[in-house]
Design a protein around this ligand. Structure first.
Ligand code: NCD
Length: 305
């Protein structure tokens, strides 16, 4: 039995296979309409979510399966003090697969060790978010057509932004990748990601605090929200929250075929006047998330169509 806790749990061949399944689902959704008949997905969300939870649920429905859901920790037994380990053990009795989001780093790992069904990490604190990376990769594949030989700028809260950590881990395995890490000093990429993914691998990278200076060289610009809920004090958040705001005006300096990605939700970091630019791929990226989650559910349940 297999879970997905970290994006590196999947080899690049498996990522390719998931992307090919997602593309096949997009081309012929009817073929998959009964693939998960009588299977149940449990979504356990101990933190807010719109896209991740709803796209998981839509994914399971579109595969012909069912969904049972815990959308708010306050209404679950977690509020009575139940551990993640016990919750995972119990939910395994009711569902065939679990997608879980939790504010504590490592929570999905603990759940997977105690569950008797596959567990998917839908975000664990400021650590990682592998299924967002699946959405990101399908978007890059559909919009740019390759994963190699490109310059990827990651901008904003690189410290707490779990989607950034997973994307760097995934993409640093391809060749000819250069990362430009754009953040205020306080929100730089954590050392463990820099060391694990970048210093040991072949990807080039440099760190800067200027978006304007680096924009012209980027093939992908991955914007992120400053993660207010992970800050220790509101003052620091208020000081840093508008460090970067991408506007239509600034985008003039970018390549004509660059793509702007954002895991969403956005707060202020991309002005709405960017939305109509063909390079703005973030809404298409959110749609791609559902197809990759469908492909992932099939893979972890061992269902071949
Ligand atoms: C992201 C997350 O939860 O980490 N959202 C998402 O799943 N698309 C990004 C964020 O909340 O900023």
């Amino acid at each position: 039995m297999r879970s997905l806790i970290d994006i590196l749990d999947l080899s690049t061949d498996e990522l390719d296979a998931l992307i090919n399944t997602a593309l096949d689902i997009i081309a012929d959704p009817d073929k998959y309409a009964d693939a998960c008949r009588r299977k149940k997905l449990a979504t356990l969300f101990f933190e807010p979510s719109t896209r991740t939870r709803m796209s998981f649920e839509a994914a399971m429905y579109e595969l012909g399966g069912h969904v049972i859901s815990m959308t708010d920790a306050a209404t679950s037994s977690a509020s009575k003090g139940e551990s993640v380990a016990d919750t995972a053990r119990i939910v395994s009795c009711y569902a065939d697969i679990i997608a879980m989001r939790h504010p504590k780093e490592g929570a999905a790992f603990v759940a997977a060790q105690n569950a008797s069904v596959p567990v998917i990490n839908a975000g664990d604190g400021g650590h990682c978010h592998p299924t967002q990376t699946l959405a990101d990769l399908l978007t890059i594949r559909r919009e740019i057509g390759r994963f190699s030989d490109m310059t990827v700028g990651l901008c904003g809260d690189l410290k707490f932004g779990r989607t950034v950590h997973s994307l760097i881990l995934a993409m640093s395995r391809y060749t000819g990748i250069k990362f430009v890490l754009i953040s205020p000093d306080e929100l730089r990429l954590p050392d463990y990601v820099r060391e694990d993914a970048l210093c040991r691998g072949s990807a080039e990278f440099y760190e800067t605090s200027s978006l304007e200076e680096t924009l012209p060289e980027l093939d992908v610009l991955y914007m992120t929200r400053v993660q207010r809920e992970r800050f220790f004090n509101e003052e620091d958040y208020v000081r840093l929250k508008d460090s970067y705001v991408l506007t239509r005006d600034k985008l003039r300096a970018a390549k004509r075929d660059m793509r702007v990605l954002h895991p969403l939700p956005r707060v202020n970091e991309i002005s709405v006047d960017v939305d109509g630019d063909p390079r703005a791929a973030y809404f298409r990226q959110a749609a791609n998330g559902k197809y990759m989650r469908m492909a992932l559910i099939l893979m972890l349940l061992g269902i071949k169509v």
